[in-house]
Ligand binder design. Structure first.
Ligand SMILES: Nc1ncnc2c1ncn2[C@@H]1O[C@H](COP(=O)(O)OP(=O)(O)OP(=O)(O)O)[C@@H](O)[C@H]1O
Length: 411
């Protein structure tokens, strides 16, 4: 006969965990492409903060229906469950409740965009070298881990790179991330767009059919340059798809790059002539490389310039990878990067806490009575609720070839 305690425990473990019975919603943080993010605290535990991302439920017309979990949500959940690193935002659990999916992440008080705004708008001074170096170092450290796990982030930008109140950098938003050993699809098809345009690597802008980890390293170069100058280095206007969804030539974005890095030549980038957009680039004016001048007042260190120059190699095969970048001498000369990026920041100069609003918090609440899911989905829920620990394992089951999300530009 079944042990009643065992039956009780089994029932308890597969019962619904209600988000709002486990967490107090402190407020609304932000609305992203695929959902809304809330700040939450574990019930009855002081200062145990979380960021809960609630995916938008699928809708058929105005009716919310349980049509399954979107490809994007599955990918973000699946990738996050397999990874664990100090510089990547940790997923605590996933809760499936009332036709919605909730991902519970460790909470990060700041992000790179907010630090950039704080220095440009409030302090009106450049980011000190020690902070700049620590932010970049930890970002590269997280990226090296992802790349070692064969994960491309594909959407690195200041808003997606978070910092905890203890000064630890955490790469977030793996919603666009992909496993690299999947057969790579052509980059642009229909309305698929990869990487916010200001951080988009030249091989993508030139129409490359295949791309790899180097696209993330280009984005790190853009982020480093933005931290150093407090504004996006290549702030191009995105050309939109035409009515037939033809992929346009991103002339303005490429011009912004050419103006600083000069016109790429065959010796910089063998194979450039066979790139789909080469003829279009040939028609543009030619520019000299001005990166050294660009750095003069913004990144006034020779080795800092060298690092940026190598992250901005046109040829993706020559571009510095995350490991090489971490070994770069800029990080090994004074001031050295620190574990707490704010080690050398006075209290008065610390960026403010993340702003939250209270207006939207009620829409977080699921309906009072949690609707029963079809039988098969209980096991899925129990599966998803397991905690995320351990190192990157096999991703074979994650290799669905869904559509990357179309991303908007930074506001
Ligand atoms: N762990 C976290 N701690 C604190 N805030 C977070 C956390 N994760 C996300 N946020 C905030 O919520 C915002 C949106 O989150 P996220 O980028 O994951 O959603 P998204 O739907 O992919 O959005 P987007 O389309 O803007 O990339 C972030 O820019 C950040 O401000």
């Amino acid at each position: 006969m079944d042990d009643p305690m065992r039956v009780y425990r089994a029932k308890r473990d597969t019962a619904h965990i209600n988000v709002t019975t486990k967490y107090d919603i402190v407020g609304f943080i932000s609305s992203g492409t695929y959902g809304r993010v809330y700040k939450a605290n574990t019930k009855n535990v002081k200062d145990e903060l979380w960021a809960i991302k609630k995916f938008k439920p699928d809708k058929e017309g105005d009716v919310v229906t349980y049509t399954g979990i979107s490809q994007s949500a599955i990918r973000e959940i699946a990738l996050n469950r397999e990874i664990f690193h100090v510089n990547v935002v940790a997923l605590r659990e996933v809760i499936l409740e009332d036709k919605s999916i909730y991902m519970v992440f460790e909470y990060a008080e700041h992000d790179f965009l907010q630090v950039i705004h704080h220095y440009s708008q409030t302090l009106r001074t450049s980011i000190p070298a020690a902070l700049l170096k620590s932010l970049t170092y930890q970002l590269l450290n997280g990226l090296l881990y992802l790349h070692n796990c064969h994960i491309l982030h594909r959407d690195l930008k200041p808003a997606n790179i978070l910092i905890t109140s203890k000064g630890v950098v955490k790469i977030g938003d793996l919603g666009l991330a992909r496993i690299t050993y999947q057969p790579l699809q052509p980059l642009f098809a229909g309305d698929k767009v990869v990487v916010t345009i200001w951080y988009r690597a030249p091989e993508l802008l030139m129409g490359a059919k295949h791309y790899h980890k180097a696209v993330d390293c280009w984005a790190v170069g853009c982020v480093l340059a933005e931290l150093a100058s407090l504004r996006p280095i290549f702030k191009g206007d995105e050309a939109k798809l035409d009515s037939k969804k033809n992929v346009p030539f991103q002339k303005d974005q490429l011009l912004k790059i050419l103006e600083v890095l000069g016109t790429p030549e065959e010796r910089d980038w063998p194979g450039i002539r066979s790139m789909p957009e080469y003829a279009n680039v040939k028609r543009l004016d030619t520019y000299p490389n001005r990166l050294y001048e660009w750095c003069r007042n913004r990144l006034p260190s020779n080795s800092g310039y060298e690092l940026l120059n190598q992250l901005f190699a046109y040829d993706p095969d020559k571009r510095l990878n995350a490991r090489e970048a971490l070994l770069h001498k800029w990080f090994h000369e004074e001031p050295l990067p620190t574990m707490n990026v704010f080690d050398t920041t006075s209290d008065a100069q610390l960026p403010p806490r993340r702003r939250i609003s209270h207006d939207d918090a009620p829409s977080m609440m699921p309906a009072q009575a949690t609707q029963a899911l079809p039988a098969g989905q209980f096991s899925q829920q129990a599966h998803l609720q397991s905690q995320t620990h351990g190192s990157a394992g096999s991703f074979a089951s994650l290799s669905g070839g869904g559509h990357p999300r179309k991303k908007g530009r930074l506001a």
